[in-house]
Design a protein around this ligand. Structure first.
Ligand SMILES: Nc1nc2c(ncn2[C@@H]2O[C@H](COP(=O)(O)OP(=O)(O)OP(=O)(O)O)[C@@H](O)[C@H]2O)c(=O)[nH]1
Ligand SMILES: [Mg+2]
Length: 300
């Protein structure tokens, strides 16, 4: 990754997240097919933090994405966490970099919105799609999980199902309230002022709600249009660079954390670290004192 990093930075990366079973893989499949019509090469990374093995859902994804195979402009990679969420975010972003360097112009990253992991991955992509489906009580869960805050485009898939209009209405209402307060506090306009390559551009991104029926390929044209519009917005507003900076900062921080821990553990023998663990567990010292003692011992 170090060697190929200078070849990265050309791809438009798109995170696709949402509750299990909302149709993310089916959508990714359709989006990829649509984007292929424009002769762009598409990389797909399917991340499954819930499964400890590369079986189950990933096998299902392979079946769903079968009609993409045979197209050498598409590369699909499945990832499973094996119980390490932090590590998964890092290895996923490494795979994205490799695909980027290899010349895939659009990279779709599918993740299940199950906890903190999808937030990590959304900060690693340029455009985040949050996928909902009607009748799953998802609207309420979405607010709880704070997933809406990461959405650039909202997708209500399974629009053939009853209750889809209500889901769209509920989401639009929430967006309306949310956007009101954001504009009120001036967060959107401020971000653009800081970083504005196109000085005449002052548009605020209004999160669109796209209705799709992924199994029939319905609504995909509009969704792909929205994705490309968002790309355009990121470039013109300067937000592209802001996001690249945010991603780089987060990545450096994460690497520092693990690197620092590795170094510290190399300096302080395991027996000693275990003694500190016992001291904290048996209430002889508190964890803060324990850490500052370890720092002293390591000379940092
Ligand atoms: N009725 C209907 N079913 C759909 C639609 N899109 C997907 N499905 C079905 O919903 C089921 C789940 O689709 P997936 O694409 O695997 O959903 P997913 O979000 O990737 O699922 P996980 O990766 O397991 O979280 C499959 O049986 C699909 O055929 C749709 O627009 N309408
Ligand atoms: Mg899936």
């Amino acid at each position: 990754v170090s060697a190929l990093y200078s070849y990265t930075g050309r791809a438009h990366t798109i995170g696709v997240t949402g509750s299990p079973g909302t149709g993310k893989s089916t959508l990714v499949n359709e989006i990829a097919k649509k984007i292929r019509e424009q002769q762009l090469r598409v990389g797909i990374v399917a991340v499954d933090p819930s499964s400890p093995f590369t079986g189950g859902a990933l096998l299902g994804d392979r079946v769903r994405m079968r009609d993409l195979s045979g197209d050498d402009g598409i590369f699909i990679r499945s990832m499973a966490s094996r119980g390490r969420l932090g590590g998964l975010a890092q290895s996923t972003s490494d795979v994205v970099k490799i695909l980027d360097a290899a010349g895939y112009e659009v990279i779709l990253v599918e993740t299940v919105g199950a906890g903190q992991a999808e937030v990590d991955i959304s900060s690693a992509t340029h455009t985040t799609l949050v996928v909902e489906a009607p009748g799953m009580g998802d609207e309420i869960q979405t607010i709880k999980a704070g997933i809406l805050e990461i959405a650039d485009i909202l997708v209500v898939n399974k629009s053939d199902r009853p209750g889809s209009k209500q889901t769209v209405q509920a989401l639009k209402m929430m967006l309306h309230m949310g956007m009101g307060s954001v504009v009120h506090h001036g967060r959107f306009s401020k971000r653009q002022e800081n970083n504005k390559p196109d000085s005449d551009y002052d548009k605020v991104w209004l999160i669109p709600v796209c209705e799709t029926i992924a199994i029939d390929g319905k609504g995909i044209d509009q969704l792909v249009d929205a994705i490309f519009e968002h790309n355009d917005h990121l470039q013109k507003s300067g937000e592209w660079l802001t996001r690249e900076r945010a991603r780089s900062r987060l990545e450096i921080q994460e690497l520092l954390k693990t690197g620092f821990l590795d170094k510290l553990q190399a300096i302080i023998p395991e027996a000693e670290r275990e003694r500190v663990v016992s001291d904290v567990a048996e209430r002889r010292i508190d964890p803060y004192t324990a850490v500052s003692r370890l720092f002293d011992q390591a000379g940092v």
